[in-house]
Ligand binder design. Structure first.
Ligand code: ADP
Ligand code: ADP
Length: 228
């Protein structure tokens, strides 16, 4: 599903965030990306989401070489993924329904289908009773569940999460992990950057360690370990 072949990522100011990264993520995998601050975790996710360009090497996604895809093809690629951020990034002037419906409206889905898909996504995250609430009326955990519903509403093959539990208390973080595990059990591939040692140790999945822009470990069902 995702293949990095000797990928280097360089920001416009000359900073190399990843150097010569080789990585293969298969359909259905659940992968944690761990490593110290500044290691390159977010940059790896940004490469997958095509928010940074590949300086060197090749990047394949969904069986296509996307190393140099045209700007006009990026939205199509992104539609095959959902993204979840630490700070939720909900639209504060839109209610829960409209936040989740937003991307479907942009791509011109018929109203009936939007209704059905949005309610289905909100059911899945257990928030159907909050459709009319605005983000500021919701707890952090509820806001993250809205952002999960938004990410899932298009039934993407891949879910990319950048520190999804980073702003949540431990109980709420576990709730979100429960939902992520369910999403993965339904076949969706998950790539999740995280600092949450207890989460990585409790919910065992593949662990990819990044340090100084390089992959330094890759363990099936690994723990967080102490090297960071
Ligand atoms: P992590 O997510 O592991 O904390 P990042 O991917 O954010 O690491 O950062 C990796 C490196 O890239 C760091 O040296 C960071 O300072 C640099 N970096 C991140 N974003 C940018 C940017 N927009 N412009 C320049 N350098 C950046
Ligand atoms: P930006 O990334 O500049 O904030 P976008 O229009 O790309 O603006 O995205 C708006 C919001 O919709 C983002 O906060 C993002 O979380 C979400 N989003 C974008 N693309 C997807 C997608 N493919 N799946 C789920 N959510 C998405």
């Amino acid at each position: 599903m995702i293949i990095f072949q000797d990928v280097s990522i360089c920001y416009p100011n000359g900073t190399y965030a990843l150097t010569d990264v080789n990585l293969k993520i298969d359909k259905g995998d659940f992968v944690y990306i761990v490593g110290p601050s500044g290691a390159g975790k977010s940059s790896l996710l940004k490469a997958i989401f095509k928010e940074v360009s590949v300086k060197k090497g090749q990047l394949f996604m969904f069986d296509k070489n996307i190393t140099r895809i045209k700007d006009k093809d990026v939205p199509y690629l992104r539609r095959q993924m959902g993204v979840v951020y630490q700070d939720f990034r909900l639209l504060s002037d839109k209610n829960v329904f409209d936040n989740v419906a937003f991307a479907l409206r942009v791509i011109g889905n018929p109203k009936k289908e939007i209704d059905r898909k949005v309610h289905q996504a909100l059911d899945f995250v257990g928030l159907r009773n909050k459709v009319k609430s605005y983000p500021h009326q919701l707890s952090g955990g509820e806001q993250q569940r809205v952002s999960l519903a938004r990410a899932l509403v298009n039934q993407p093959a891949l879910l990319v999460c950048d520190e999804p539990t980073g702003n949540l208390d431990p109980d709420t973080a576990h709730e979100i992990m429960g939902i992520l595990n369910n999403i993965n059990l339904r076949g969706t591939t998950i790539v999740m950057a995280t600092h949450a040692r207890d989460i990585v140790d409790q919910y065992r999945h593949r662990v990819i360690g990044v340090k100084d822009g390089k992959v330094v470990r890759d363990d099936a069902k690994g723990g967080y370990e102490n090297d960071f």
